[in-house]
Design a binder for this molecule. Structure first.
Ligand SMILES: CC(C)(COP(=O)(O)OP(=O)(O)OC[C@H]1O[C@@H](n2cnc3c(N)ncnc32)[C@H](O)[C@@H]1OP(=O)(O)O)[C@@H](O)C(=O)NCCC(=O)NCCS
Length: 187
């Protein structure tokens, strides 16, 4: 699907026309997102880099290796969040990795939960995946609560799992398994 509508949000597939609002979102949330993401250099916060990222997203979507969503309030051009299902692997695995972030001015209102309920239904029901993996740093209590409330189950702790802010950081591993496993045409 090209867009998803929830009670308060509109989710759309990123397009080149989204470069300016996506850059504005990234600039406004630089300090908010830095503790949880790979180290970004100053170039990451330029229009050229955002356009490259959008082209990469379009390529991955075309190859069916990722599904990206931008979050907005209806009738607003401003981007208020992102979520992504990347590293889509088919065959006997049928799995992907979930990533998400929300504008710091809109956290604490249940918005990411609302967006992910719709985006997860799409990736399971429309794309037919079996497992969604989501990993967070042990001190990321916002992500921990969100994933638990969505039904993700803790599977373990991976030491020095991702390089965040230039340091290898431990991550809690969680997964959500398609409750209708076995009924999809991809099985
Ligand atoms: C993690 C993150 C996406 C959570 O966004 P969020 O929208 O606040 O998350 P939720 O949808 O789960 O909202 C839960 C909060 O909204 C509150 N809330 C208010 N109204 C609500 C409603 N109608 N429904 C549900 N929750 C509601 C809850 O009480 C909860 O508040 P609390 O955090 O004080 O306990 C956001 O904090 C973020 O972008 N963090 C930085 C990036 C990041 O960590 N990314 C993930 C890396 S693994």
């Amino acid at each position: 699907m090209d867009s998803l509508v929830t009670e308060r949000l509109l989710l759309t597939r990123p397009r080149m026309a989204d470069s300016a609002p996506l850059l504005a979102y990234r600039e406004a949330n630089r300090a908010h997102l830095e503790p949880w993401e790979p180290q970004r250099n100053d170039r990451f916060y330029t229009m050229q880099a955002v356009e490259e990222r959008l082209r990469q997203m379009a390529r991955q979507a075309e190859e069916n290796s990722a599904v990206y969503w931008l979050l907005r309030f209806p009738h607003s051009a401003q981007v208020v969040g992102e979520c992504s299902f990347t590293n889509i692997v088919r065959g006997p695995f049928q799995a992907c990795h979930l990533g998400f972030s929300l504008d710091s001015r809109h956290t604490g209102q249940g918005l990411m939960h609302e967006a992910l309920v719709a985006a997860i239904a799409d990736i399971l029901d429309v794309h037919g995946l079996h497992r969604i993996m989501a990993n967070y740093q042990p001190r990321n209590s916002g992500s921990e609560k969100l994933l638990r409330r969505l039904g993700f189950e803790r599977e373990g702790l991976a030491r020095k799992y991702l390089k965040i802010g230039g340091e290898w950081a431990d991550h809690v591993l969680t997964s959500f398994i398609n409750p209708r496993d076995g009924e999809t045409p991809y099985a």
